[in-house]
Ligand binder design. Structure first.
Ligand code: NAD
Length: 258
């Protein structure tokens, strides 16, 4: 396998694979647009990585999915995506749907409960899906915010709501923070059903996600509290291990519960 993006997620995935955590899955290349020291695998361009790998794991951001996903799939290489929010753009979703023979796969990432939500939506379409996320304020500052707004957000001493709306708009405005909402939308087969509420909470030492869903199959409520990654506080530390779980399933070595 090859990784695009040798940061908090990609670096941890490569390290775990080099330690032999998943027999039969070998990291052979890293693609990154900055030099990555001590990656432990050759850093190459994407074309070279595609010639060496059966699977590419994207851990680099929405722009990489938008620019490269269709080409990777057309090359016959499977693509495991972490920046799921990229698929909220209909042009990207259409391009990957038309591409192949490689397969597009999404990791569960920071989310949980996707298995039963997907099963429930298959039984009968869900009628309500909501995701409420609370993160440390500084991790939610965006380049489109003006100086005073960014300073107010950073300096808040109480929880403030920074966004309510749909998953597509959430992914556009907070591209590195709301991949979970997009993943839930993909799992239930309807991105437009997902209502998102994003809170900046100075007490959110753990990133909190409340996932709620209702439909003819039942009612579902999951609360997740993830410790942020020490390398990147916008990312939950569990995400590389969700990627490893996805790779185990892809390699035909699922870890028990599938
Ligand atoms: N699905 C989830 O639950 C979830 C959770 C957290 C993060 N994510 C996604 O994972 C991505 C990576 O997270 P991270 O914490 O590892 O980020 P990070 O900033 O620590 O690392 C990103 C790496 O990608 C590289 N990169 C950026 N643009 C690139 C490009 N165009 N081509 C090649 N390399 C490029 C950077 O140089 C960096 O090394 C995030 O941007 C986010 O979209 C998903």
């Amino acid at each position: 396998m090859a990784v695009i993006g040798g940061g908090a997620i990609g670096g941890a995935v490569i390290s775990a694979l080099r330690e032999g955590r998943l027999p039969g899955v070998e990291p052979v290349a890293l693609v990154d647009d900055r030099p990555v020291q001590g990656a432990g695998v050759p850093q190459v361009d994407l074309a070279t990585a595609l010639d060496r790998a059966d699977v590419v794991v994207e851990c680099a951001g929405q722009a990489v999915v938008a620019q490269s996903a269709a080409g990777i799939l057309d090359h016959g290489v499977d693509l495991l995506v972490t920046s799921v929010g990229a698929l909220c753009d209909p042009a990207v979703a259409d391009a990957v749907a038309a591409a192949g023979p490689g397969r597009l796969l999404l990791t569960s990432g920071a989310a949980g409960g996707l298995d039963i939500l997907s099963a429930a939506a298959a039984q009968a379409p869900l009628t309500r899906v909501a995701v409420t996320t609370a993160k440390l304020p500084a991790t939610l500052v965006q380049p489109w915010m003006d100086g005073p707004a960014a300073a107010r957000l950073r300096g808040t001493d109480r929880p403030v709501e920074v966004f309510t709306g749909g998953a597509r708009e959430a992914a556009r405005l907070f591209p590195r923070s709301l991949n979970l909402a997009a993943t839930v939308g993909w799992a239930v087969g309807d991105l437009d059903l997902v209502e998102v509420r994003l809170m900046a909470d100075p007490s959110a030492a753990l990133t909190r996600h409340l996932i709620e869903a209702e439909g003819p199959s039942g009612a579902y409520r999951f609360e997740i509290q993830n410790l942020p990654s020490p390398e990147n506080p916008r990312t939950s530390g569990v995400v590389p291990y969700a990627v490893l779980r996805s790779l185990a399933a892809l390699a035909g070595r699922p870890s028990g519960v599938i």
